[in-house]
Design a protein around this ligand. Structure first.
Ligand code: ADP
Ligand code: MG
Length: 218
């Protein structure tokens, strides 16, 4: 990977660059500099870095770039799924995503526990391009056939270690199986990799991943 200084060097869609400017971010963080080009060339990715290192944009930006560059975005099954351990985290990620989908045709839905199932089912029937969800509630919808992910292009696991600590391994495996697409790209983020179950998850979900480990004592 070359040396990147500013967001413009990442060759992102002008709409994304404008949103980044809007946020007031001058340059990508170390993690973003390493991760974004790897995702853009289609690699699976595993990132471990401390809280606050900018992992959210490390996946939201290349995900959006892929969605904006490839086939049309009208009615179709989900293209990207972002899983987070808790409702609060999923909501934060969704709020960030909303900034980036503004002024683009990309659609998104937030699907977390504790909210009305039927309302969520109606949201999913509209076939959002991106779904941000907690694993338990998302699996409920998969089993209920309110959503289909056979054609999923991007599976993103944010705070994978926390999802495993919360006992979500079975849900993650079931979701992985349902999204078993030949061309699927998988991105996994974790504060630490010193976690036996993270290894297990990496082996079952990722193909020849590019690894980025920064500032987490490794
Ligand atoms: P992590 O997931 O690694 O804990 P976040 O993605 O939540 O980190 O980002 C931490 C903070 O840094 C957030 O407030 C975010 O808006 C901010 N941030 C992200 N990328 C940049 C950047 N390139 N420049 C400045 N601030 C950034
Ligand atoms: Mg994070």
């Amino acid at each position: 990977m070359g040396f990147i200084l500013v967001f413009q060097d990442l060759r992102l869609d002008p709409r994304l660059l404008r949103s980044v400017q809007h946020l007031g971010f001058a340059k990508p963080t170390d993690i973003q500099q390493e991760a974004i080009p790897a995702v853009l060339v289609g690699r699976d990715l595993i990132v471990s870095s401390k809280t606050g290192s900018g992992k959210t944009l490390a996946y939201l930006l290349p995900m959006m770039q892929r969605l904006l560059k490839s086939r049309p975005l009208s009615k179709q099954d989900a293209r990207a799924l972002i899983l987070a351990p808790t409702r609060e985290l999923a909501k934060q990620v969704y709020a960030q995503l909303r900034l980036f989908i503004a002024n683009t045709p990309v659609t998104a839905a937030l699907i977390v526990g504790g909210e009305n199932f039927n309302d969520q089912e109606r949201l999913l029937k509209r076939q959002p391009n991106v779904i941000v969800a907690t694993p338990g509630r998302f699996l409920d919808h998969l089993e209920h056939k309110s959503v289909f992910i056979q054609g999923l292009e991007l599976l993103i696991l944010d705070e994978a270690d926390r999802m495993l600590d919360l006992g979500f391994m079975p849900q993650l495996n079931a979701i992985n199986k349902a999204a078993d697409h030949r061309l699927r790209q998988t991105l996994m983020f974790s504060a630490t990799l010193d976690h036996a179950e993270v290894d297990e998850l990496t082996l079952s979900l990722l193909k020849n991943p590019f690894r980025v480990a920064l500032g987490s004592g490794h």
